[in-house]
Design a binder for this molecule. Structure first.
Ligand SMILES: [Zn+2]
Length: 435
């Protein structure tokens, strides 16, 4: 999978590879889950409890790097790569469900489902799956993600919505007939100014950022008749995001009014905030402490040290061994500015995630250094550690029905009136053509 990176909603070969392995091992595979060609589920066992494990497998667009190299060098002709370690994510989760299968065979207990989740990198595959009920009959989900430390995730994740604002104006010669033109680009600029003023008057935990998708062209002697800006609006929960979006909508309308242009908007993605479950975190923490961490070889340590020379390390990071040497106790949750589509899963059933130290200390996510490591020998050992940690947590839930019930009670209390998917009605994933 590292050698054949596939991006959001184009992960056809990864899915073929994973589902084949699952079928060979006696899992019952459902392809085209929720009508998404690169989503699937694979189940083993019967009855309850019914537990889930997540796998991701999409790569990042616009980046390539030679494997296991300590210098930045791209692979000629390649423009995508596994910079977030989703190749490892898939492998570790596969290992986990195979281990759980062995447990089910022995104990005769319950059912395990591996969810193949496409398009984590911006496409929000799990949001579509959650909206269409993929996780409805699952008692709890256990997941993980490559990182540079070993720790249960306690960090919350913000809800968000992505909205495209499209302005339509009137084209004209900017020098000869400026009075005849109405600039859509001006509208985008005024909208951005308006949002800058809004930032002072919103919750501290909210965030707004944008990218201009269409600046109307490259000719300054044209009055730009079309322009498009994408806004990403984040907040502690979907209600906060919804309220903030209404205010951004008003600014867009104001910008259109000022410039005598027309504006339309379209919501293209929406993520919920992450619901965390203390009982599951405690179980996952116990499972992680129970398994010996991978021990890096001399060569892996030397490679790690060399690679770290290319990173901006803090003094504290520079003084530590290059690979994490212990499982950290879950940190008190601190505010976090990012979002994840696992959050939408967490609204449907109790969910826990683990950070696994596949990367050397100091590795930035989505960097050439992480691409380089994602095919390395240490990363692979940590991937199998992840498999054991996920399986260890799942098996603890099979063994302790009372704790599973407690987790479900905590979940019920936290979700209040329940899950409302932020995606507009009828919106579907935009698939890449199959090669
Ligand atoms: Zn990722």
């Amino acid at each position: 999978m590292w050698d054949n990176p596939e991006t959001s909603f184009g992960e056809y070969q990864a899915v073929e590879h994973l589902t084949k392995k699952l079928e060979e091992n006696g899992f019952e595979v459902t392809r085209n889950l929720c009508g998404i060609p690169t989503a699937f589920k694979a189940t083993y066992g019967n009855g309850s409890p019914s537990l889930g494990v997540l796998a991701e497998y999409d790569a990042i667009e616009g980046m390539s790097q030679v494997a296991c190299s300590t210098k930045m060098e791209s692979v000629p002709g390649k423009d995508k790569s596994h910079g977030c370690g989703h190749n490892l994510f898939a492998g570790g989760s596969l290992a986990a469900v195979f281990a759980v299968k062995a447990y089910i065979e022995e104990s005769g207990k319950g059912k395990i489902t591996l969810f193949g989740c496409p398009a984590e990198e911006g496409g929000g595959g799990k949001v579509f799956m959650a909206r269409d009920g993929a996780f409805e009959d699952i008692d709890a989900v256990v997941s993980w993600h490559p990182e540079k430390m070993y720790m249960v995730r306690t960090r919350p994740a913000l809800a968000n919505v992505k909205v495209d604002y499209t302005f339509e104006g009137i084209a004209s010669h900017a020098g000869a007939a400026p009075d005849k033109g109405r600039s859509a680009l001006d509208a985008v600029e005024l909208m951005n100014v308006g949002v800058n003023f809004l930032r002072e008057h919103m919750e501290l935990t909210s965030r707004i950022h944008y990218a201009i998708l269409d600046a109307g062209g490259t000719a300054p002697n044209m009055v730009q008749s079309h322009a498009k800006v994408q806004y990403m609006i984040r907040g502690v929960d979907s209600e906060t995001v919804g309220n903030l979006k209404k205010r951004v909508d008003k600014i867009a309308q104001g910008a259109a009014l000022m410039t005598e242009t027309e504006v339309s908007s379209e919501t293209v993605a929406a993520y919920a905030n992450l619901i965390t479950i203390p009982t599951l975190q405690a179980l996952a923490n116990e499972a992680m402490h129970d398994i010996a961490l991978p021990i890096p070889t001399e060569e892996e340590i030397a490679f790690g040290r060399e690679l770290q020379k290319t990173m901006k390390l803090t003094k504290e990071e520079a003084e530590r061994p290059p690979f994490a040497t212990e499982v950290l106790d879950p940190a008190p949750p601190v505010a976090h500015g990012g979002s994840t589509d696992t959050a939408d899963v967490s609204w449907n059933c109790p969910t826990v995630q683990m950070h696994i130290g596949n990367w050397v200390v100091g590795t930035p996510g989505h960097s050439w250094q992480s691409v380089s490591q994602c095919k390395g020998t240490y990363a692979k050992k940590a991937m199998l550690y992840a498999g054991k940690a996920v399986a260890g947590t799942v098996i603890r839930l099979f063994e302790n029905p009372a704790l599973l019930e407690k987790a479900k009670d905590e979940h019920k209390e936290k979700i209040g009136d329940g899950y409302i998917c932020g995606l507009p009605e009828g919106i579907k994933p935009v698939m890449q053509p199959k090669a």
